[in-house]
Design a protein around this ligand. Structure first.
Ligand SMILES: C[S@@+](CC[C@H](N)C(=O)[O-])C[C@H]1O[C@@H](n2cnc3c(N)ncnc32)[C@H](O)[C@@H]1O
Length: 378
């Protein structure tokens, strides 16, 4: 049995493990990810459907990398012709920690040329079938043990395909999905984000509530894996198309937005950003309500529900933002009584300005900045 690995910033691994468990896959939490047993087709399916990981990898081999020869033997014994589409281009990315082999450029060059040699004879000169997605092979060497993994997404999974416009300081879509999971929001009560920016949290929420995959038009490298799609590589006759590269399940065009069972709504005081959120929602094919509103003017959209928000952080925007935090707490206490509140910020003191009862659920690094996810009952 092969293994998959779902990547997430350290601190958020249990959130990814919980999503996997909900899909019937038991995983082992490791620093920066969750490892699980699955065949290549299952790894590909998880990459196309999971909301929380930043990457889903297929581990293709592991063994000694004590010397160039040992690593070479490991690379040469892997079945590259069944792992890679005959015409796929390949990029190799290497990391090395506490190991004899530590010159990443040399390792990258030698692995690239060994895989190229191993694939000789597989090439089919048919321009029309050439995949558009580059395959990424990650070589991770720790304590002289190398693990080789193919990236099922090809590009990072937070790139859903629908957020082609963003406001200032947007949040990665998979991190937004993690916040919703930490808020235990499952689509059964109202969701509100009073600082919604480009609408990331609301759109992720609407897709979750509709039980739809988080992606719109985008490609996945795993659609081209012969090992996950037996017809790929052998068939290889149609050009890869936008939104569904050649083989594997196609991502359909956004369905007509259907009203959610619950109201998914938000607001922002920056008018152009409100339009950005609505445009993104349209591309995702979800119905959300977004209004141009100052935090002080927001009103609850239901008797009870969940507020999830990514408040402005001073670091990224270079602004004094203390007033936003105290207004957020005051307005929620006054008008959103009994709503569950979950927010993310980089500053513990700012978090405590919201409410003295706030509790930190989890800490992680977002774009290199340490942040906390905080909660309280309004
Ligand atoms: C960190 S950004 C949110 C980004 C959003 N999660 C996304 O992914 O695009 C914070 C947002 O809060 C909004 N904001 C800041 N102060 C506000 C206030 N007083 N009232 C309403 N919105 C405010 C900003 O315009 C900005 O869009």
């Amino acid at each position: 049995m092969t293994h998959g690995y779902a990547v997430i910033p350290p601190g958020l691994e249990p959130v990814v493990a919980a999503e996997l468990a909900g899909l019937g896959v038991e995983g082992e939490v490791c620093p920066g990810g969750v490892r699980f047993a699955a065949d290549p087709a299952k790894v590909a399916e998880l990459a196309r459907t999971m909301r929380t990981p930043g990457q889903v990898l297929l581990e293709v081999g592991s063994g000694s990398a004590r010397s160039t020869e040992a690593l070479g033997a490991l690379v040469r014994r892997l079945p590259w012709k069944s792992l890679l589409h005959p015409q796929a281009s390949l990029r190799v990315e290497v990391s090395s920690k506490t190991s004899a082999l530590r010159f990443r450029e040399n390792i990258t060059r030698s692995v690239t040329s060994m895989v190229r040699d191993a694939r000789k004879g597989a090439f089919v000169p048919d321009r029309g079938s050439r995949p558009q997605v580059e395959q990424l092979l990650q070589v991770r060497i720790v304590d002289d043990i190398a693990t080789l993994s193919l990236d099922a997404g090809g590009e990072l999974l937070h790139r859903r395909g629908w957020r082609t416009e963003a406001g200032r300081a947007p949040m990665r879509e998979n991190i937004a999905a993690c916040l919703l999971a930490l808020a235990e929001w499952d689509g059964s009560d109202a969701l509100y984000d009073p600082c919604c920016g480009s609408g990331t949290l609301l759109i992720e929420g609407a897709l979750l509530a509709a039980n739809r995959p988080p992606f719109a038009a985008r490609t996945f490298a795993c659609n081209e894996w012969p090992v996950a799609n037996p017809a790929a590589g052998a068939r290889g006759r149609q050009p890869a198309r936008h939104g569904a590269a050649g083989h594997g399940p196609r991502i359909p065009a956004p369905p007509r937005p259907s009203p959610s069972r619950v109201l998914i709504a938000g607001s922002d005081h920056h008018a152009p950003t409100v339009q950005t959120a609505l445009n993104n929602a349209k591309r995702a094919g979800v119905a959300i309500r977004v209004e141009h509103k100052e935090l002080d003017d927001i009103q609850p959209t239901a008797v009870v529900g969940t507020v999830v928000s990514n408040l402005p952080w001073g670091e990224r925007l270079g602004e004094r933002v203390g007033g936003v935090y105290s207004a957020f707490g005051r307005v929620l206490r006054e008008r959103f009584s009994s709503w569950r509140v979950v927010f993310v910020t980089s500053d513990n003191r700012l978090a405590r300005k919201v409410d003295e009862r706030v509790e930190c659920l989890v800490r992680f690094k977002n774009g290199g900045i340490p942040v906390g996810v905080w909660t309280f009952l309004a």
